[in-house]
Design a protein around this ligand. Sequence first.
Ligand SMILES: Nc1ncnc2c1ncn2[C@@H]1O[C@H](COP(=O)(O)OP(=O)(O)OP(=O)(O)O)[C@@H](O)[C@H]1O
Ligand SMILES: [Mg+2]
Length: 263
Amino acid sequence: MALLEVRNLTKVFLRGESLFGGGATGEVRAVDDVSLEIEAGETLGVVGESGSGKSTLGRLILRLIDPTAGGIRFDGRDVLGLSAKEMRQLRRDMQIIFQDPFGSLDPRIRVADTLEEPLIIHEKMTASARRLRVQELLRIVGLDESALRRYPHEFSGGQRQRLVIARALALRPRFIVADEPVSALDVSVGAQIVNLLAKLQREFHLSYLFISHSMPVVRYLATRIAVMHRGKIVECGDTPQITEQPQHPYTRSLLAATPEITM
Ligand SMILES: Nc1ncnc2c1ncn2[C@@H]1O[C@H](COP(=O)(O)OP(=O)(O)OP(=O)(O)O)[C@@H](O)[C@H]1O
Ligand SMILES: [Mg+2]
């Protein structure tokens, strides 16, 4: 059984009322009848141009927004049917990392407190156990202990993304949605973060939904790739199959637009 199963997931946004009283106009089918599975320990890469529905798909899976239709199972449980309490439990298992390492950390909060916060909320730990865990988290993402007393603005973009990853790992999740986690970074810094994500995956048997508009990045990290176009998955398959024998014209155009970068 797959860790995550998504069936016929659909999200329709309403684009507001017509000026002429004609009722709801423009529906956007941001995610349109998407089905996919992710096994424990694997990475499904999601590629597609801007507006194709990648982030909406990620947010639906984490139940940050509710779908218009469809189903989500995580570890055999019906995610959409869970109570608020059960959902809080499940949130430990499912985390998200966003593109913007600047926006996702509170500038007024020191690193030590940022990393400790999820432990205080979700874990019954003593203060000293929490301190040890925070130190361990820093080590896991390759940051020095001196980081603890500092504030987010004192770090580079790549270091900040490491902090965001450390916080996402605090509760030992099994599944992470990474939404363009390296898009805001220089190529070489981004490559280091991608390597870190790959290492963490091996170490903790993590599953990733890895969203990116960059084929080279996705090709490096993903076991399988889903290609999104206008809310639909137009093609999904093993990474070598998608990158070497793309079937759908849209996949071919994405690959053609990609410079030959090897990571
Ligand atoms: N809260 C919302 N209300 C209305 N429309 C939305 C909302 N969120 C997303 N959309 C629309 O849904 C579609 C898909 O958006 P989404 O952000 O999922 O795309 P994306 O593939 O992540 O794009 P990008 O690569 O730019 O991040 C777009 O047409 C977008 O305008
Ligand atoms: Mg997006």
